[in-house]
Design a protein around this ligand. Structure first.
Ligand code: UDP
Length: 444
């Protein structure tokens, strides 16, 4: 072990993700990244999990890293758990959505708290400065984030425009608490989001904000893959093996979002209209729930028959990162959840963004500005309109045939990999972060 790695072993960090695959995935990737650098990591995992996907993900993680304990998550047990950690904790990294219940605990233990922000730096710039726009945000046409850009009303997460909504209240209370943390980690990298990262770190966005560490993209890990060869060789990867390079459109709207059946059927029509081969993950049930109805029932028998001639339709959990890394995949119709965006960047896959809720339009803007994806702003938020198959087919056609997008996607892949390589901007940020934690150890 090098001298540096030996001293990293003195760092002990506890990670505290919130429920849902969109939160668990980046936390476990961060855990793997820190273990790889010889830090000691305790993951306080959500138990019971809200979905089978999470439960499987955690058990694969535990098999790959037996040194991790699954500690039941409960805020009332948290103080004793953190206080009794052995060796004592250098720092505590929690999901941004948990900042309010956790801050009083870390403050009373005088434990340095860091935040893992699981969305884009662009979204962080809005989230951290949101209190500035209260109470008038619901009447504003746009908000100006100093040093970042003007965000039109149509891109602001709809919940923030409903200040009396309970979730909006939580968000509006959480944002102003960020300055109480010692640092904010984001799954992004300088070459992708230089402008918001610089503005966040120079105090232009919020003067009191702690340092923001861009340490992404988080690299998809081996343990995430289905455990056995048989499963790995089953559809959809096996089906992809039989397709020609760059020919397939992959369609997925993440782990949480169930779509109206009318819209689902229009997507089916759009895929048929585009004429491209496709792998489509249909989600009917909301918020991580397992599907109950047959995919045929959701889509309709007639349409399903036609779809089978040109693609594969599934309604189960797939290994998305494996799919995006497959040479047959030439484009990704995505809701622009930030993990999906970063996975597409990592594998160099062009995106047709179709943001549905929350931060997703801000993330789609990052993709569009970088030039490796497109999105149709007229399609609106989920449920605002039913987007017809005709339009969907045209947009897929535009994404799949656009050579400029493909070149940009390759470039993004190259810069993403450079960022995490030795000497890359994200690797330097990781080293700086671990350095901070070492200093915190020394000052305890
Ligand atoms: N995911 C997956 N298989 C699925 C659906 C989702 O592997 O069938 C993963 C995806 O690769 C990503 C995460 O689940 O890592 C979803 O996070 P994202 O931020 O993209 O969207 P969310 O589900 O939180 O809306």
């Amino acid at each position: 072990m090098s001298l540096e790695n030996m001293s990293n072993a003195a760092v002990h960090v506890a990670l505290f993700p919130n429920a849902g695959m969109g939160h668990l995935t980046p936390f476990l990737r961060l855990a793997a990244l820190l273990v790889d650098r010889h830090c000691r990591v305790t993951v306080i995992s959500p138990q019971p999990t809200v979905s089978m996907a999470e439960s499987k993900h955690l058990s694969r993680f535990h098999s790959a890293f037996p040194q991790f304990e699954a500690i039941r998550r409960s805020c009332c047990l948290l103080p004793s758990l953190l206080a009794s950690a052995s060796p004592p904790l250098s720092a505590f990294v929690c999901d941004v959505t948990l900042i309010s219940p956790v801050l009083p605990i870390t403050e009373s233990l005088r434990l340095p708290i860091f935040i893992l922000f699981t969305s884009s730096a662009r979204m962080l710039s809005l989230f951290s400065s949101v209190s500035r726009f209260i109470p008038s945000i619901s009447e504003m046409d746009s908000v100006e984030i100093p040093g970042v850009s003007t965000i039109p009303r149509s891109c602001i997460p709809p919940l923030l425009l409903l200040p009396n909504n309970v979730f909006a209240k939580i968000l509006l209370e959480d944002g102003p608490k960020l300055p109480k943390s010692c640092g904010i980690l984001v799954n992004s990298f300088e070459a992708l989001e230089l402008n918001p990262l610089e503005s966040l770190n120079s105090g232009k966005v919020v003067k009191e904000l702690p340092p923001v560490f861009p340490i992404g993209p988080f690299v998809p890990c081996e343990f995430e893959k289905s455990e056995n060869e048989e499963q790995r060789n089953s559809s959809p990867l096996k089906w992809l093996n039989d397709q020609s390079p760059g020919s397939v459109v992959y369609v997925s709207f993440g782990s949480r979002l169930g779509m109206a059946r009318e819209q689902v059927r229009e997507i089916g029509n759009g895929l048929m209209k585009s004429g491209f081969k496709f792998l489509w993950v249909v989600k009917d049930k909301k918020v991580d729930r397992e599907e109950e109805d047959d995919v045929e029932k959701v889509i309709g028998v007639e349409l399903m028959k036609r779809l089978k001639s040109n693609g594969l339709v599934v309604n189960e959990w797939v290994d998305q990162s494996d799919i995006l890394s497959h040479s047959s995949v030439g484009g990704f119709v995505s809701h622009c959840g930030w993990n999906s965006v970063m996975e597409a960047a990592w594998h160099g896959v062009p995106i047709l963004g179709w943001p549905q809720i929350g931060d997703q339009k801000l993330n789609a803007e990052v993709v569009e500005k970088t030039g490796w994806g497109i999105w149709r702003k007229t399609w609106g938020w989920a449920g605002e309109n039913v987007v017809r198959g005709e339009e969907i087919g045209d947009a897929i056609d535009e994404m799949m045939k656009n050579e400029g997008l493909k070149m940009k996607a390759e470039k993004v892949k190259e810069t993403a990999r450079k960022a995490v390589d030795g000497g890359g901007s994200s690797e330097i940020s990781v080293q700086r972060l671990i350095g901070e934690w070492k200093k915190m150890n020394d000052s305890c």
